[in-house]
Design a protein around this ligand. Structure first.
Ligand code: SF4
Ligand code: SF4
Length: 349
């Protein structure tokens, strides 16, 4: 098949199946990029990748941020991840049936095993984010998340890598990036993943992209992974009822995380979430996602969502496992009334 027709066909395939944006990155357009832009890592002889975005349900976001409903956003997260991974698989098999060698990538939760700490380094085989910004699916926000109108960063990305020499698509124009540096993503992150003052610049195929430097990913794992949830201010939390301290230095996070595993395993948990290879017990409740959900293209919505996060109080867990948000003072009282064994599930004793 003529390469122009094949490139269009691959894009139509995903757009007709629920994706809202698609792009094509090639070994040329990714040249000079970070290791996770090396397409040949997953497919020797790879020449290009089709990368696309599937939107999350905006209706589930605000009740999650207001700490009224944790389930809907968790279930939607699984639905959209499965849809994105499934779409990669379908497109890849479609191309393979046409004798165009291709491999699908999972949307999330797959890591390289050949880095110094193996999967614990959480380095993806291929970074969908880099491919997405280089091929015009979206822009980098200051958060380092990929953002696009009208969904913000509430999207899930996935890709298919192929030996076909497809026609690359251009990055979006920098002046069309709605990120205005409001830093609400940084302010709504209890873990401090995004550096408040340092930036990272990535250059791929001669085009540079800048966003806030990401500190250790163990930070996000510790907080978004539900090991703890109370913001250092003590005024608000994620959906995690744990209140273990959040360290200041990157190198302290792995120790903190390991220390809280017994409590994590012992707390009652919901029967939904993400089966994640690094989660103790394998089922990971998605308790944060603030940087992703706060970032709406409309600044007024962004501000309102930040207020939802920071003014909806602190999550506690009742004896039957129910999670609910209460005022910071009521949360303190709830914990104080526990015996030492119970307390140790939630804070240092
Ligand atoms: S929350 Fe603000 S600073 Fe952060 S990525 Fe979105 S628009 Fe940019
Ligand atoms: S998901 Fe939560 S903990 Fe992780 S980087 Fe975003 S705001 Fe921070």
């Amino acid at each position: 098949m003529n390469i122009q027709r094949l490139s269009q066909l691959a894009k139509d395939f995903v757009m007709n199946a629920g994706a809202v944006a698609v792009g094509i990155a090639t070994t040329e357009t990714l040249k000079g990029g970070p290791p996770s832009t090396d397409l040949t890592y997953v497919l020797p002889g790879a020449k290009s990748a089709i990368v696309f975005a599937v939107p999350m349900d905006q209706n589930a976001i605000e009740s999650f941020l207001k700490k009224e409903d944790m389930a809907a956003a968790n279930i939607d997260n699984r639905r959209v991840n499965m849809m994105a991974s499934g779409l990669s698989y379908e497109l890849s098999e479609f191309l393979n049936m046409k004798n165009i060698t291709s491999v699908p990538l999972a949307a999330n939760a797959v890591y390289r095993k050949d880095t110094p700490n193996g999967v614990f380094d959480e380095k993806p085989p291929i970074s969908h984010r880099y491919l997405a910004v280089r091929s015009g699916v979206g822009h980098f926000g200051l958060s380092g998340n990929v953002i696009m109108k009208p969904y913000g960063s509430a999207i899930i990305l996935s890709s298919v890598v192929t030996t076909a020499d497809l026609i690359p698509t251009d990055p979006l124009l920098p002046e069309d990036n709605y990120c205005d540096g409001c830093k609400l993503c940084v302010a709504s992150c209890a873990s401090g993943l995004m550096s408040p003052d340092e930036e990272t610049t990535v250059t791929m195929g001669g085009v540079s992209f800048t966003y806030s430097k990401r500190r250790s990913y163990n930070r996000c794992e510790y907080v978004c992974g539900a090991f703890t949830g109370l913001h250092p201010s003590g005024k608000w939390s994620t959906w995690s009822p744990a209140r273990f301290p959040i360290p200041e230095k990157d190198e302290e996070f792995m120790g903190a995380l390991l220390k809280t595993i017994p409590a994590y395993r012992s707390r009652k948990r919901a029967n939904y979430g993400l089966y994640h290879p690094l989660a103790p017990g394998s089922l990971l409740e998605f308790t944060c996602g603030h940087c992703q959900f706060v970032c709406h293209p409309d600044k007024a919505v962004r501000k309102a969502r930040y207020k939802m996060i920071t003014e909806s109080g602190v999550v506690i867990q009742e004896a039957d496992g129910t999670l609910k948000a209460v005022s910071p003072e009521a949360a303190e009282k709830h914990i104080s009334a526990m015996n030492l064994d119970q307390k140790s599930l939630y804070e240092e004793v």
